[in-house]
Design a protein around this ligand. Structure first.
Ligand code: ZN
Length: 308
């Protein structure tokens, strides 16, 4: 009998221990996850998030992709990326189809709140003059942030949504938004004041990301769709572009500063146009001032252009 009691006693103790461990185990992840986790899709969006979440309480802001990954058109999500999504609360995207993996993200975390930064941007550029492509369909150019006014709208949209989803920090988001947009508005005024000489100037854009920048300067743009990280053109497109540049007397070529220069150089040699290297703020240092730095660098480059 005594032995049986001992066995029962032991079983009861073991049962209690198992239940206790299970409870502790269940409680622990909650403790680790008291932070609100915000994931930005890529570099320019991450810079906005860094500015808005500065000094926010209990917020962890991360970027889905590395800061040197460039544009996301053909991006494939890695296992590490999916891990970031699994325990995230908010996902901030550029929008307009740039993040073509949104279905996977929503499948991985159905409770994720999505912020689309593009919803207030109205001057969407459609690519219907497409020298480099066989099909003639209109595609929306998603690189809206190189127009400072658009970027300000993206900042404001993200701020408003963060206030809605995380009211605890709404005062901080609002204050950060005001501070950041103030600096951006000043930079935009400098663009308007110092670059009016570029209004109506004809330009070839060899990097899709720079089209909004040229558009914000009211330039006369020929938008050539390239594989824009490379800025390369097919032989046929090259021939047509040279013809068009000669016909229309286009003397400026905008290209991303990290793009392959070969095609731009050929165009310049054939037409006497000048190559202007600009920073599309697609990648760079992880520093909240980097968008403003890149756009200031572009302002200085454009200011120094000799236009006759
Ligand atoms: Zn792109």
């Amino acid at each position: 009998m005594n032995k049986k009691v001992k066995i029962i006693f032991t079983i009861v103790i073991i049962f209690i221990l198992i239940v206790t461990f299970a409870i502790i185990k269940n409680n622990n992840p909650k403790k680790e996850n008291t932070n609100l986790k915000i994931v930005s899709s890529f570099y320019p969006i991450n810079i906005i998030t860094m500015n808005l979440t500065e000094n926010a309480r209990n917020v962890e802001a991360v970027c889905l992709t590395q800061n040197d990954v460039g544009c996301l058109h053909d991006y494939t999500l890695s296992t590490l990326d999916m891990k970031k999504i699994e325990n995230a609360n908010i996902f901030i995207q550029n929008g307009l189809g740039l993040e073509n993996f949104m279905n996977k993200i929503l499948q991985a975390n159905q409770n994720l709140k999505i912020i689309d930064s593009s919803i207030e941007v109205t001057n969407i550029i459609k690519n219907n003059e497409n020298i480099n492509s066989k099909q003639n369909n209109e595609t929306v150019n998603p690189h809206i942030w190189t127009n400072i006014e658009n970027y300000i709208k993206q900042v404001e949209t993200i701020s408003q949504k963060l206030c809605e989803y995380n009211p605890e920090n709404s005062l901080i988001y609002t204050k950060n938004c005001e501070k950041y947009t103030q600096a951006l508005k000043e930079l935009n005024s400098s663009y308007n004041e110092q670059l009016s000489k570029l209004n109506s100037q004809k330009v070839i854009c060899l990097d899709e990301a720079l089209v909004y920048l040229a558009n914000s300067l009211e330039m006369d743009i020929t938008y050539i769709e390239t594989n824009h990280e490379e800025s390369t053109l097919s032989a046929d497109a090259m021939k047509k572009t040279i013809e068009k540049m000669k016909e229309e007397n286009i003397k400026l070529i905008f290209i991303g500063e990290e793009n392959n220069l070969n095609n731009a150089q050929t165009l310049a040699n054939e037409t006497g146009a000048q190559i202007v290297k600009l920073n599309p703020a697609l990648s760079g240092k992880i520093d909240k001032n980097e968008y403003i730095n890149a756009m200031t660098e572009n302002l200085n480059t454009l200011k120094q252009l000799n236009i006759n």
